[in-house]
Write a protein that binds this ligand. Structure first.
Ligand code: 26V
Length: 812
């Protein structure tokens, strides 16, 4: 950062602060807004330069402009990242000092932009960071939700959800683009005018763009997250207003704005589901209209749109995109079906993020018909042509036609409504489909997409996920970053692959000591946070064993808690033994309607209460559930972990990205042979990870043979004691019913094979204890882990997307 830029930021900060102080007293919030406003003006200039460069690329450019469509972007805080990227961290700290403010306190005041649920949304945010860093011409497209992921409170051990009013302090980061407005239609009907089909009537909503600018750290490039805000086309109904019918006068405005209220409305009711479908259609239509307008500005014609632009579907949520693109090209721009379809197929690509059947989107036909009648026609036509092709390729296989159709006809005999299969639409309309880790991509091809993979084998690929080292190492862990600079030089900051050089040095006692000192400082901070949040004192030198992620049965937080109970019982039975002190940290949110996940949170609190207050246990074992997990909390927890829990049932976690963040920060992993854990183990050496449990094929086999969880309980006294304690009210103040549902499920179905994996898990935790006794050896292992993590940068992931999915060459 040049001196001029530094002076510019200082003066921009001063004038923004003066404007703030005209309205509010000086405090950390007004300083935060002023700092954001000052950074924004520098970013806006970089944005204009980046756009000008990209617009000049011309038709021969090898890289296509990428349009990353996602219903979720889990950005977290922005100020720290912006300052680091602009090289202005010290400048702002100096400007704050005379005001009596500490930079760290100001940074803490920024609310997280939590516009995502979990892994999928955070991945999108890491990708924007890499788009900027790699200088990729791109737009992220999303919705400007007024309320993000709910805030989690805990009352009497139970989760309560509160709205996340993240915009309450204003939106200093946004660049409104008043000139960037499009109309989106819902409902209405299809008419034919002069042989041309057109969608008319219904309700019209305006989409307006708000840009969030993401800076590169090693160039002046930026990437853009363009988020759409809905408003009514019509102003208030004046007549109704004059009649005194205020609600009626405003109803259409409220309905339009409802599109932006919340991330993922509860979709358990029909009304909720309809709002979600509207959100998806709104995102897709506004984004594609924007793309087409830009393409026409730059190229003057729609020919070549598919060669110059990639439209990427982050899961099926934006899978209406091919139907909407077809509609725009056919109805609004007069292209023929074949021309429009060729462009669409070239442009569109799709990433699948889960194999969980509950999460695969389908929409009732009647809802589609009412809301998006023209899209439904187009989907029928796509389906007809696709099925004709299948018939020609594999004649006579009617069962196959039924399986691959874009329309689910419902159960063969009676009942069940017809539905549109969004994943099928995404696969059929894409030129590339990918999973997010090798195992997941293989399973996609072998299971949910097996038929399509037979029809279009060349379409399916793998691109293993990655995380941005800017936020997840440099920003979250400055201590370790400084140690890496000292040990390796600064090259790793621009090429994470250079971490490999750490492997040869991992045996050096001096480095091990320095690593342990950094880790200890991070653990001290987390211990202070635990004390502040929960009033719980933990031993900061104990083994910090951490599992943080959404609460879901397949992720098996319950297995972790069962281990805590087993350990507790063992300690009580033998308090004098030489225990390795452990602090187990769990954090995560449960979906509001997911009862079992909520019960698991309650169990964690009940077990924590009993274990943490038992004087026989002391610091040998503590359990801390930290509320309101999110990006910022993760940034404090991850650098302090000794052990990372990645214990999903093999074959269920598509990739995981938390696993990567922990390993990058020098935590060792206890994990199953699942998702990206596998590739991590391969990159750092399988023996460096604590791997346990059944592998995917074994899971399949055991289920096929008729899995009986009770056999495992009967055979294992330790497991039996744990299950008994759950059922006899030991952790529920004598209430034998509270955890009945858990016990019953474990003994009767146990879909995720906790009982089958328990013994190996506990034994492996024993190996972890033994390894942790020798701190130097532990440090060596952790450093070897870090050395293997260079490949898991999202920069590598994006480079692979460019090569395999988004490049002009991938169209050949
Ligand atoms: C969502 C739901 C919602 C309804 C209940 C069941 C259920 C099961 C799974 C999901 C996941 C939705 C998609 C998602 O977030 N996938 C995550 O994507 C990450 C980025 O690729 C990946 O690292 C995680 O393994 C994957 O779960």
């Amino acid at each position: 950062m040049s001196t001029t830029q530094r002076t510019r930021l200082q003066s921009a900060f001063k004038s923004a602060l003066a404007a703030e102080l005209a309205q509010a007293p000086l405090d950390r919030d007004s300083a935060l807004r002023a700092a954001a406003t000052a950074c924004r003006s520098v970013l806006a200039e970089r944005w204009a330069k980046t756009q000008a460069q990209d617009a000049k690329r011309g038709a021969k450019a090898k890289t296509r402009r990428v349009h990353y469509l996602s219903m979720e972007f889990l950005m977290g805080r922005a100020l720290h990242n912006a300052l680091a990227a602009l090289g202005l961290t010290d400048t702002l700290a100096e400007a704050l000092a005379p005001l009596g403010l500490q930079l760290a306190d100001v940074l803490e005041r920024e609310p997280d932009a939590a516009l995502g649920n979990g892994g999928l949304g955070r991945l999108a945010a890491c990708f924007l960071d890499s788009f900027a860093e790699l200088g990729l011409p791109s737009f992220g497209y999303g919705l400007r939700y007024q309320f993000g992921m709910f805030a989690q409170g805990i009352t009497e051990g139970r989760q309560v959800e509160r709205p996340d009013d993240w915009l309450r302090l204003g939106t200093p980061w946004e660049q409104p683009r008043p000139e960037c407005r499009y109309t989106v239609r819902f409902g209405g009907r299809v008419v034919v005018e002069g042989g041309q089909r057109r969608w008319v009537g219904g309700e019209e909503v305006v989409a307006q763009a708000f840009d969030f600018i993401v800076p590169a750290h090693h160039s002046e490039r930026v990437s853009t997250l363009r988020q759409w805000q809905a408003s009514s086309v019509k102003p208030i109904d004046f007549e109704a207003f004059c009649r005194g019918d205020y609600e009626g006068a405003n109803r259409h405005r409220v309905a339009a704005e409802a599109l932006n209220w919340v991330l993922y409305p509860d979709d358990s009711t029909d009304a909720g589901r309809e709002l979600r479908l509207k959100q998806e259609a709104f995102l897709v239509s506004a984004s594609l209209q924007d793309l087409i307008a830009r393409h026409l500005r730059e190229f003057g014609s729609l020919q070549g749109l598919g060669r110059a632009n990639a439209i990427h579907l982050n899961d099926t949520h934006p899978a209406l995109a091919p139907a909407e693109l077809m509609r725009l090209l056919l109805d609004e721009h007069g292209l023929s079906w074949d021309e429009a379809w060729a462009i669409t197929r070239q442009a569109v690509s799709y990433t699948n993020h889960t194999l969980m059947p509950e999460a695969l989107e389908t929409w009732p036909l009647r809802m589609f018909e009412a809301l998006l009648p023209r899209h439904l026609e187009i989907i029928y036509e796509i389906n007809q042509r696709f099925l004709d092709g299948v018939k020609a390729q594999l004649p006579g296989d009617t069962a196959l036609l039924r399986r691959v159709s874009l329309i689910d006809e419902g159960p063969e005999h009676g009942g069940g409504e017809r539905r549109v299969r969004m994943a099928a639409l995404a696969v059929v309309a894409s030129h590339r489909v990918n999973g997010v880790a090798q195992l997941h991509s293989d399973l996609c091809v072998q299971t949910i997409f097996a038929d399509y993979a037979r029809l279009f084998p060349q379409r399916f690929h793998n691109v293993t996920n990655g995380v941005t080292p800017r936020r997840w190492l440099m920003q979250a862990n400055p201590g370790f970053s400084a140690l890496l600079d000292e040990t390796l030089g600064e090259g790793w900051r621009t090429d994470l692959g250079e971490l490999a050089k750490l492997k040869k040095k991992a045996g050096q006692a001096k480095l091990q000591k320095a690593f342990l000192a950094v880790k200890q400082a991070n653990k001290d901070k987390l211990a202070a946070r635990i004390r502040q949040e929960l009033g719980l004192v933990v031993n900061p030198t104990s083994l910090f064993d951490v599992q943080i992620k959404r609460i879901h049965e397949y992720k098996r937080q319950l297995l972790n808690i069962l281990h805590v109970i087993a350990r507790y019982q063992a300690i009580v039975a033998n308090p004098q033994a030489d225990w390795v002190p452990r602090t187990v940290v769990i954090a995560g949110k449960a979906a509001s309607a997911y009862h079992m996940a909520k019960l698991i949170i309650q169990l964690a609190h009940d077990v924590a209460r009993v274990v943490n207050s038992d004087p026989r246990v002391g610091d040998k074992l503590k359990l801390a559930f930290l509320p309101n997990y999110g990006v910022s909390l993760a940034e404090t927890i991850i650098p302090a972990a000794d052990l990372s829990e990645q214990i999903s049932t093999a074959g269920t976690e598509a990739s995981g990205t938390g696993n990567m963040k922990f390993a990058l920060n020098g935590a060792c992993t206890i994990g199953t042979w699942d998702g990206a854990n596998i590739e991590m183990a391969q990159h750092m050496g399988v023996d460096e990870m604590f791997v346990f449990g059944l592998r995917t094929e074994a899971v399949e086999k055991i289920k096929a043979l008729g899995y009986d969880p009770r056999l495992y309980v009967e055979e294992n006294r330790q497991l039996k004691a744990v299950i008994d304690a759950l059922g006899d009210g030991s952790f529920a103040n004598g209430d034998t019913q509270r955890y009945r549902a858990i016990v019953d499920k474990l003994l009767q179905v146990d879909n995720y094979l906790l009982m089958a994996d328990f013994a190996d898990y506990v034994a492996t935790q024993g190996r972890v204890d033994e390894a942790f006794r020798d701190r130097a050896a532990w440090a060596e292992r952790a450093l070897k882990n870090v050395a293997g993590m260079g490949w898991f940068s999202s920069d590598r992931t994006i480079a692979e997307y460019v090569e395999r999915v988004w490049s002009v060459d991938s169209l050949a």
